[in-house]
Design a protein around this ligand. Structure first.
Ligand code: GRF
Length: 225
């Protein structure tokens, strides 16, 4: 098996990056993490990546006059290492249409909501304000419009009574850490493929029976037990 040469782009803490690195430690994981690039010199994720023996690079966007110049530097690093796939993980820069076109269908992102609901920032507070009973996260292929693109995988996380953006965000983040490696593996093995503007699955056994309810249905017998 040839493992896809993958780079991760971060801007901060890098907990999703760490989850991808940890998954890729398994020799049978279909992607290998060859490079982590941060646009912020102080990103905590850089140290985490170094501790895992992954090569890191900083391309400080403030040092460049234009987005294109910043991206050209990133692109040069990626090409020098023959990177085949990009994972955005808490990467907080808007990318140009040109860069996205270069990486068409070869760049994926994780977003902390059930897209297409709650694109953009403050997703957990907005989910609470909207009163939804299921929140969650999404891994999708990147398209020029922010937080759009073919959806590879989603995890639903119940909103609990008394949740704050912080408590809900913590549980969604735990789901992100499980979902992202799973979605990456589906994508690089070709089990999840882009077709039109959607994902189609090949050789994926899905259990279509279950449903996640929030609040959970509790019968009178269970309640009395
Ligand atoms: C995550 O919630 C991710 O979904 C969003 O930004 C956050 C990054 O967290 N895009 P981390 O840097 O991976 O810890």
């Amino acid at each position: 098996m040839t493992r896809k040469r993958t780079a991760i782009l971060i801007s901060g803490r890098g907990s999703n990056m760490s989850a991808l690195i940890a998954a890729a430690m398994a020799p049978d994981f279909p992607a290998r993490i060859d490079l982590v690039i941060s646009n912020r010199p102080g990103a905590a994720g850089l140290e985490r990546a170094q501790a895992a023996d992954i090569e890191t690079a900083v391309v400080d966007h403030k040092a460049f006059e234009t987005r294109e110049a910043f991206e050209a530097e990133v692109q040069a690093l990626l090409e020098a290492r023959d990177i085949e796939l990009l994972c955005l993980a808490g990467f907080m820069r808007i990318l140009t249409d040109g860069f996205i076109a270069t990486w068409l269908d070869r760049m994926i992102n994780i977003h902390p909501s059930l897209l297409p609901m709650f694109k953009g920032l403050d997703t957990h507070q907005r989910a609470l304000d909207a009163g939804v009973r299921l929140a969650g996260c999404t891994v999708h292929v990147v398209r020029p419009e922010m937080d759009t693109g073919p959806i590879i995988a989603q995890a639903a996380v119940p909103v609990l009574p008394g949740d704050t953006a912080e408590t809900l965000g913590k549980r969604v983040l735990a789901a992100e850490h499980r979902l992202y490696p799973h979605a990456l593996a589906l994508y690089v093995t070709g089990k999840a493929r882009v077709s039109g503007e959607r994902i189609v699955f090949h050789e994926v056994e899905a259990d279509g029976e279950g449903s996640l309810m929030s609040p959970t249905l509790i019968t009178r017998e269970q309640a009395d037990a």
